[in-house]
Write a protein that binds this ligand. Structure first.
Ligand code: TRP
Length: 333
């Protein structure tokens, strides 16, 4: 088998939560340990800038997310871990791709269309009200992220599938005009099981405000878990495991044997308080070692900075090489 190049970006807004861990961080760290893969993981801080102009928050979020990945065991010698904004070639490639991308393709992006629809529904005279060019051309920046490193596998959530299709379109167009320089990426969609439910039962997401933070204190973690919405079944009444948030989160952290025992306890009518306590103990013990590392590292931002700098240097060997070819191909030395 030829070496597969995995690449994925993490938009640096918000505080890392259990859903990020189960859905993205844990599988990525596992994939990075496979010697058959080459992996690129990066902090998409230029993408974050599209969503938020809160300078302090952006900085804080970027630090928390970088620290979390490192504390959880990402091997930054094996994987290339960097910050998007440290790779100037990415914005350069973005422009080259922008000049090739049909505006009509961007008009069809779901995220853009949803905002236009909102404006139209609210009776606004301007359908593009509040929409920046950054948001409009977001998929081109994302295409540059991917194409720069010749990634052939891109693990993302379902909401990002269309962006991957656009990246393929854009790459094909480039190759058609300038020769086969870019690798056509494939999407790898996270399995349904890796989408974690949040406090209210919907997908755990910062946009729903229903998250459980990864690295709070034990006490805060317990408090969050106790807030998970459950039904009004009394202790002693048998309970359904299906679509039950407490059970789903438990399963995401447990061994098959632990999950079976928990399922038996449901059938035997465990009370919600006890079930949540068990969930708390499992999550707390799973994360306790990483939490210690996290708490130590977050006090040493210079260590994290250094790791990111080294990552950027590794990444720039690739980006520099590709851009040299791209400049030549398009006729700009
Ligand atoms: N847009 C992605 C998200 O919000 C993050 C991202 C940016 C990304 N660039 C990427 C993901 C490149 C995969 C590949 O989830």
């Amino acid at each position: 088998m030829t070496k597969q190049t995995y690449l994925t970006g993490i938009t640096t807004t918000g505080t890392p939560h259990l859903g990020n861990y189960v859905g993205a961080i844990r599988p990525s760290i596992e994939a990075s340990r496979n010697p058959d893969n080459e992996s690129f993981y990066f902090l998409a801080d230029f993408h974050a800038l599209i969503k938020s102009q809160d300078t302090k928050n952006l900085k804080q979020s970027r630090m928390e997310i970088a620290t979390a990945w490192i504390a959880l065991g990402l091997d930054t010698d094996k994987a290339t871990f960097y910050r998007q904004s440290d790779i100037p070639e990415i914005t350069e490639l973005t422009w080259m791709l922008t000049c090739l991308t049909a505006k009509g393709l961007m008009n069809r992006a779901h995220a853009y269309k949803a905002l236009v629809q909102e404006n139209t529904d609210s009776g606004s005279a301007d359908a593009d009200k509040g929409i920046t060019m950054g948001l409009f051309s977001y998929p081109i920046l994302m295409a540059a992220d991917i194409l720069m490193f010749k990634a052939n596998k891109v693990p993302v959530g379902k909401d990002q599938i269309q962006h991957l299709e656009m990246a393929r379109d854009i790459a094909q167009r480039f190759n058609h005009h300038y020769g086969e320089l870019l690798v056509i990426p494939e999407v790898v969609v996270e399995e349904r099981a890796s989408v974690l439910a949040g406090l209210d039962g919907r997908k755990m997401s910062k946009s729903y405000n229903n998250t459980i933070p990864l690295f709070s204190t034990s006490k805060q973690l317990r408090k969050s878990i106790m807030k998970i919405k459950t039904n009004s079944k009394e202790p002693g009444e048998p309970k359904e495991t299906q679509d039950n948030t407490v059970f789903e989160i438990y399963r995401a952290f447990a061994t098959p044997e632990q999950t079976q025992a928990f399922s038996d306890a449901y059938a035997e009518g465990i009370g919600w308080g006890d079930a949540k306590q068990q969930l708390f103990e499992l999550v707390d013990s799973t994360l306790s070692e990483a939490r210690e590392k996290y708490n130590a590292l977050i006090e040493q931002p210079e260590v994290v900075e250094q790791i990111l700098k080294e990552g950027a240097e590794k990444a720039r060997v690739h980006s520099h090489a590709l851009m040299t070819e791209v400049r030549k191909a398009v006729g700009i030395r």
